[in-house]
Design a protein around this ligand. Sequence first.
Ligand code: IMP
Ligand code: MG
Length: 179
Amino acid sequence: MSEKLEVLLTAQQLQARVYEIAKQIIEDYGQQSLVLIGVLKGSAYFLADLSRALPEEVRLDFVQISSYGAGKTSSGTVQLRKDHDIDIHGQHVIIVEDVVDTGLSLSYLKNLLATRKPASLRTAAMLVKPGAMKEEAIPDYVGFKIENDFVVGYGLDHAERYRNLPYIAILREDSDPKA
Ligand code: IMP
Ligand code: MG
C-alpha cells in the first residue's frame, strides 16, 4: 500500500509558533526555573526547539508511555514505560507532548506527576485534535489545533517512520477515501 504525504504545517510555521509559545511561557514564569518533561519519543523535536527558545534556567527530562502500537489508533490503555529522573517536588513542571488526540495520555501523566507535588504543573502540546477529545486534557500551551487526520513529522511517527521530517504532514494511504 503506498503512502502519500500532504504538508500541513511547514518548518517555518512550526518554528515561528515555538517562539510564540516560549514567549508566553517566559511571560508566565518570569525568572522561575522550570523542568520540562518530554513524552518520548514524539515530543523530542518540539522539546529540543522549545527548550532552546527558553532562558538557561531550564532542566529537561523524559517519560515514556505506551498507548499506541504500530497502528493508527489508541489501544485505550496507558502504561508508564520510563519514569523521569529529576525530583520534581516543589518544582515548576511543564509536560511537553507532540499531539493530544483522545487526551488519555496527557491526563494519565498529569495525574501521575501531580502525586509528586510539583509547585505547579502545566502541559504543552504542539498539536491538538479537538474533535477526538475524550477527557479534560486541553493543554495550557497549544501549538496548533488540527483536524482529526493522522499526521507525521516533527517527531510524530507512523510505525517509527517519518519522525525526522522537519514539517508536519497528513499521512494518506491509497485506500484512504480522502486521498
Ligand atoms: P492520546 O492519548 O489519544 O491523546 O494520544 C496521544 C499520543 O498518540 C500522542 O502522544 C502520539 O504519540 C499518538 N498520536 C496521536 N495522534 C497521532 C497522529 O496523528 N500521528 C502520530 N501519533 C499520534
Ligand atoms: Mg506521544
